[in-house]
Design a protein around this ligand. Structure first.
Ligand SMILES: [Fe+2]
Length: 417
């Protein structure tokens, strides 16, 4: 293979714009990352509680069906008929015994085996399939599956490391803080498209530097503060990481107006008098995870998944690639089966920060699209990632891009760039 890109000599403090725009790089990402040794989040066990339940999902670009075959068995099947390649299942969720292709009605059971095809012996003894045609060798492709405390992951590769090793100890601890083994309850889903590259989202999830500068909502109402206790925890490979913030207002250690003046010192455009909440109760937080004070965590799982705990909102989001310049974002919001009605109300209210019209993610969506316009039109340019030094180690401060550099350390290894 010819060299797709020459990485700048500065190393991880530079990212060539072409990695966000070059179709040849995009194609290699599909092969090496999404169809390679990665665990891809495809849903929650709570979405398929009974045998016969299924949901539709994606691994990178590949459409899949997550189907519960039995109490103990969940299968992830490629949603593509082996006959002609048609996407079989169009419903996002349902309950069934078989999936039938709409084209020629080949039908498959919950583990993907071909169970029947009409006119197998032809009509009146003419046509049809020969006696040698073996249903057993024409099933749906199946992915490797692992589950961890209610979350389901799929991989095209048989030798993806086991999930705990894949995340690394620090990230596993934060993953298990949210997915602690209690049965989950799905609260809702959102899906929308954004005209940007999938890595732009992953970088954004790993970037605490922008949180108080872009997200005026966070800054105004004291959910993030630049000087507040922050941790960035990165796994050994660099691919997965967690940002942890202790929110001063949530912990009632500062008043929102004190934080506002702290931000206003640094931001010329920030108007302290500009924003107020008509309904301040949205910021009311019920404390959970009682043993610690980490009120906001954002975890990114290699390659394109993020788990958030933000105030009382818990959720998973995926940045699914749809060509170099487009993504589909899938959000799943959840709580625990044991939640009180009051807690469920908080979780639903705090989901308003997220999604296509989120009070916080609305800002990000605008930026991701502007980001793509810049990089796609100057493929020879480079991004400069020098906040917090040039390394890829853990950090205890906000103004750092260490987790983004670490992501590219892993990315370059997998992509051989
Ligand atoms: Fe953001």
């Amino acid at each position: 293979m010819h060299k797709l890109v020459t990485w700048p000599s500065e190393g991880l403090t530079r990212v060539p714009h072409s990695v966000y725009a070059d179709p040849a790089i995009y194609e290699q990402e599909q092969i090496r990352i999404f169809r390679g040794r990665s665990w891809n989040f495809v849903g929650l066990l709570a979405e398929v509680p009974r045998p016969g339940d299924f949901v539709r999902a994606y691994v990178g670009e590949t459409p899949v069906i997550v189907a519960r075959e039995s109490e103990s068995q969940v299968n992830v099947l490629v949603n593509r008929c082996p006959h002609k390649g048609v996407q079989l299942c169009q419903e996002w969720a349902g309950h069934t015994k078989t999936f039938a292709c709409p084209y020629h009605q080949w039908s498959f059971d919950l583990n993907g085996s071909l169970r029947g095809l009409p006119f197998r012996r032809g009509v009146d003894g003419a046509g049809g399939f020969s006696a040698e045609f073996d249903c057993g060798s024409h099933g749906l492709d199946r992915l490797h599956v692992t589950t961890h405390n209610g979350a389901i992951f799929a991989s095209f590769s048989a030798d993806t490391p086991d999930f705990a090793r894949y995340l690394g100890p620090a990230n596993l601890m934060y993953f298990e803080r949210v997915f602690d083994g209690r049965p989950l309850r799905v609260l809702g889903k959102m899906r929308h498209r954004v005209a940007t590259n999938w890595k732009t989202l992953v970088e954004n999830f790993k970037d605490p530097y922008h949180a108080t500068l872009l997200h005026v909502f966070f800054a105004t109402f004291g959910i993030w503060r630049a000087g507040q206790r922050t941790e960035v925890r990165i796994d050994e490979s660099g691919g997965s990481s967690t940002l942890v913030q202790q929110s001063p207002v949530v912990l009632q250690k500062a008043r929102a107006d004190e934080i506002r003046s702290d931000i206003a010192d640094q931001m010329k455009v920030f108007r302290q008098d500009f924003l107020s909440l008509a309904e301040p109760s949205i910021l009311k937080v019920l404390r959970e995870f009682p043993e610690d004070e980490d009120t906001v965590t954002m975890q990114t799982l290699w390659p394109n998944c993020a788990v958030h705990q933000n105030l009382n909102s818990l959720g998973v989001r995926l940045a699914l690639p749809r060509g170099p310049h487009m993504i589909e974002i899938h959000w799943t919001f959840f709580g625990y089966e044991t939640d009180t009605p009051e807690m469920t109300e908080r979780r639903l209210l705090h989901a308003n920060f997220f999604g296509p019209a989120g009070l916080v993610t609305g800002d990000d969506i605008e930026i991701w699209q502007l980001n793509q316009r810049g990089v796609a039109t100057t493929p020879s340019g480079v991004a400069r990632l020098e906040a917090g030094g040039s390394g890829t180690e853990d950090a205890d401060f906000v103004i750092t891009e260490t987790a983004v550099r670490a992501f590219y350390k892993h990315y370059r290894k997998i992509m051989e760039l």
